[in-house]
Write a protein of this length. Structure first.
Length: 208
């Protein structure tokens, strides 16, 4: 994707969110690049009290053109896949942080914040995890992983998605929680346990 086109797509997104002035919106509608978009989107958002950014992967920052646009426009990065448990701990007890480390280094190099995503999710887990939860219901399967990951990045994260997509009213529970292996193993308290573990591991990050 060409930098000018990427910039225009990002600008259209920001305009759709109501974060740009009328001149900015008009420039997008005309399909032109004008002086009204010389200010990076991260700065325009910051002026409105908003932290603006994007999810990305290591394969994307390897594209020099895309990486240049991202570095200019985004104020915070979120790992697209590199922080899923299936990527970080494919084999129980063996961790691979290389992808996340690369994204974090890119973010810091370009003055961006970084959001950890996710610590607990029902999807993209390693193949061994569901069987382990069903066999033992050992809370260490939840807490030790959070401690290891959040502890590794302690003090370097703006925020963490601690429990991702925990709500699914369509699953039919009266509390609205999603039916997951975590819920089956530990009940609703798994959410509390996850947040307490994340806070202990990274005391000053925003927990979401």
């Amino acid at each position: 994707m060409r930098p000018a086109l990427s910039r225009r797509i990002l600008l259209q997104t920001l305009c759709a969110m109501g974060l740009c002035a009328g001149a900015c919106h008009a420039a997008v509608l005309r399909g032109t690049v004008t002086e009204s978009i010389d200010v990076p989107l991260r700065e325009r958002a910051r002026a409105r009290g908003i932290l603006y950014g994007a999810a990305t992967g290591t394969y994307q920052i390897a594209d020099a053109a895309f990486a240049g646009v991202l570095a200019r426009e985004a104020g915070i990065l979120v790992p697209e896949y590199e922080m899923k448990r299936g990527v970080i701990e494919p084999v129980r007890g063996h961790f691979d942080f290389s992808g996340c480390d690369a994204l974090l280094a890119f973010a810091h190099q370009h003055g961006m914040q970084f959001r950890g995503h996710p610590l607990v999710w029902h999807h993209r887990n390693p193949d061994w995890l569901d069987a382990a939860l069903a066999a033992s219901r050992d809370p260490k399967l939840l807490v030790d992983y959070i401690t290891a990951v959040a502890g590794r990045y302690r003090g370097r994260m703006h925020s963490w998605d601690v429990v991702n997509e925990a709500i699914a009213p369509a699953d039919g529970r009266s509390d609205g929680l999603r039916e997951t292996a975590w819920l089956k193993a530990f009940g609703p308290s798994y959410i509390d346990e996850a947040f307490h573990a994340a806070r202990a591991a990274d005391p000053h990050a925003l927990l979401v």
